[in-house]
Structure formats: C-alpha cells, structure tokens
Design a protein around this ligand. Sequence first.
Ligand code: ADP
Ligand code: GLC
Length: 489
Amino acid sequence: MKILMVASEVAPFVRTGGLADVVTALSKVLDKQGHEVKIVLPRYYVINREQLELLEGPMGVPLGFQEVWTAVYKSRIPESNVSVYFIDHEQSYGREGIYGSSTEPDYADNPLRYSLLCHSAFQLCRKLDWFPDVIHAHDWQGALAAILPKYTRQDSKFNKTATVFTVHNMGYQGVYGKHCFPHTGISWEYFYAAGFEDWDRMNFLKAGLVSADVVTTVSPTYAKEIQTPEYGFRMDGVLRFRSDTVRGILNGIDKDSWNPAKDKFIPAKYSVKTLEKKAENKKALQEAMGLPVTDKVPLIGIISRLTDQKGVAELFGPSYGCVPRICNDMKVQFAVLGQGERWCENELRVLSSNLPNLKASIKYDEKLSHLIEAGSDFYLMPSRYEPCGLNQMYSLLYGTLPIVHKTGGLNDTVENYNEETGEGTGFVLDMLSPQSVYDTVGWAVFAWYNKKDHIRKMQERGMKKDFSWERAGKEYEKVYEQALKIHNK
Ligand code: ADP
Ligand code: GLC
C-alpha cells in the first residue's frame, strides 16, 4: 500500500511529545511490513536545512485566495526507506517556536500554517506523480488532509484515496474564528457538512472526526472514554455518532531507543537477568540530580510536560499538591524532569531548593530522561487523562514500577498490585486527587520497604512485556483496509 502521513512532528527532526515518536515508529514498521510510506512535515526553523536535500523547483500551493510559493526538502527516517518531505515557507515556519512562543503560546496564524501543510501534501503528490492509497492524518494540524479529498476538487488520481484520522489528544482541537475558514480552501457551503462549525467558530479536529473515513486514537480505553462527556472535550457526541468507525490502537514503543540492555545514555546496561545492575544507574541518577546517594531509600521519577493533563496540579499545586507532603512524611526521593506551565516550573524550582529529597530539572533533556527511567524505583504518572502515554511503558521495560491513574493508555498497560498474591505490574489509583496520589505512593513505598519479593517479581513481569510496534502495525493495516472499503464502497 502507498501511505502518506501528514503530521506536525516527526522524530528525530522535531519533537515536543509522544506524537513525533509515534509517527516515526509507525512509519518504520509499515515500511518493514512492505508498504511505501512518505511523510509531510513543515520545515520548521529548528530543522537545519543543510542536512536536507532540496528538491528541484519551487512548489506553488493553492491556498484559499492565494498561491503560496514553497520550497520542498527531503530526508529519510534513519534505518528505513521512509521519505520525509519538508515544506519550507519562511513566512509560516521561519520562526523559533513550533506551535507558539513564550509570549504567544498558540500562534495566531496556526490555521494558515497548518492549512498550508495539508494543501502542500496534495501538491507534493502531484509533483512526485505519486498518489497514495491512504492518507493518514494526525491531530488537528493534519486534519485538513483527511477532509480536503471529500470537499474540494482534487486530481482524479486521488479518487480512490481513503483517509484515516488519528487523534493523539482530544485536548487540542484547533478552534479559531471563522474568518480563518477561507485558508482551508473549502467552500462555505460545506462549513457545516464537513464538520467545521463549533459554536460559531471553526474546529479543525471536529471536521477531521466528521470527515475522515476512519477515526482512530492511541489506546482502546481512550477510544471508549472520549465517547463520554467527561473525556470527550465536547466531541463525545460526534464520536458516538461515528462509533462504528472509531478504533483504539495502543502505541508501541521503539525498542531500539528504549531498551535497558543497550541504552546508550545509561552507565550500566541491564536486563531482567542482571537487574541488580540497575543500582548503578540509581547512583548515577542521584549524583546527576544532586540527591543524597543511597540505596536505602526508594527513588521516584517523573518526566513530563508540565501541563494540567499530566496531573501536575495534584502533584505540585501550591498548598494542596501532595508531593511536598510525601517528601516530608515518607522516606523517599524524587527526581523530576519537565517543562511547561510557568507556575509549575516556578513551584518545582522552589521545592527543589527547599526539600533535600526532591530535585527538579526544568528543561528538555533526552539523556537525563533515559537515566531517570533506568535509575528510579518507581515512576509516577497520575495523568488526569492519557490517550496512550509512553513513559509508563518505558518504565515497565526498565524495571521501574509505574504508579498511574486508571485512565486511557495507562489503564491498558499497567496492572494493579495485589498485595495478597503479589500479582500486578504497578500501582493504580482509581480516582485522581492529591490524597489518592499520596495514598497510592504510600502503598508503593510501603511495599518497597516491606515486600521486596513482590517488588522484584513485579519488575520482572514488567520487563518481559511486549509493546512492539509490529502488533500496532498489523492493526493499522487492518484500519487502512477498512478505510479503503468504506471509501470505495
Ligand atoms: P505526551 O506526548 O502527552 O507528552 P507521552 O508519554 O506520549 O506524552 O510522550 C512524552 C515523551 O516525551 C516521552 O518520550 C518523554 O520521555 C518525553 N519527554 C517529556 N518531557 C521531557 C523532558 N523534559 N525531557 C526529555 N524528554 C521528555
Ligand atoms: C499525545 C498523548 C499521549 C500519547 C501521544 C502519542 O501526546 O498525550 O498520551 O502517547 O500523543 O500518541
């Protein structure tokens, strides 16, 4: 099959979260399974042009009432045949941020920037004389690519092209004033039919949900949750309407990058048979963070975007967050890595200087993220909602027991500890509140001090889990087939 991915982040070129890893890993596995995969991505300023190959000639892209002239660069996903095409347009992408800056978190011209990306995808296919069987669009930024074939006149060579739209996070929908609608290039007569209308504004994600042949999200539990008012971010009705074509496919993880036996970022490599070597990583982590070096106290790791989604209010909220109380009441240590909301970064700086057993690093640091996974005893991820989540899976494979909220992908990957039998792979809280996080951490810490045998068995069980992309790749193949059937019926 010929598959065209349209996304706003692709590892290793640009990455702010799990989306980038998923688009790359999925493309790689589809490539291995014999499909021809191409990806279209903006050439953001952070992506160095010198490492890319410039395609011949500029590319004119029709966009609303104008024609936008772009350049196209090309590269490849390492160790694969997957081509990545970068749309270069100084005015749209020649700035430091990806989605926004510290003063403007969501660039006002994002509707235009991502409409340009999606229109460019079609123009690129014409330029390459390569027409996909399936367009796989990711998140609201890619949504238009799943909408355009239905509501605009395209080359007849796209007639048979089916569309799949994957939602990685319902919390980001791309809602803007209707004055932005002309950028989509879609006629006003389809404003309602294509699903854009949202309380007199326009909503890219909603239109993707309405228009794509098949909608998927990144875990089975999240696929169910988003059909309820609690998790649907107002889209639950639309999703229930389309429920027969909404699928949840659990992300895999990239075992080349996340494998304790060959992780290039950690000082002591280990496997389930040499688990005792994990202690060396704990020591290295304590040293790196400036925590007291000791093996007598459990170490809890956190790596996170510091946003409400991740439960940071319950953890660090001034005066009510539970982490300061945990640090005072229990013999534990915390190593926190993250960046995000300003209040939370500031709070973490304060906690880090006031508490001897908590150290926080406010930055994006890939190497340190690997050391935290390898060196911690527990990994705390009490997300309010979590479409899939990758760190709890890394944690399981690194023998680092996850403490998670029972939601989305966390529910699909972590089994709760049974203190009678010792079964389980982590510690699960049913409902998110500062007190429930406090209690569940307390439960885990108690087990660490008093039930060493249970802890060891849980670590071993987690390390043997299979979160391979091969399984997910096969499921996406089925989704593409379903989309083709629906589209061409
Ligand atoms: P989300 O995409 O919602 O942020 P995921 O769990 O899917 O959540 O993916 C987050 C990814 O980003 C993980 O691979 C995690 O290790 C990484 N990450 C998040 N924050 C940082 C950071 N400050 N430094 C390094 N890696 C980070
Ligand atoms: C989003 C979600 C996260 C998921 C990732 C990749 O960022 O928040 O749960 O793992 O996308 O699908």
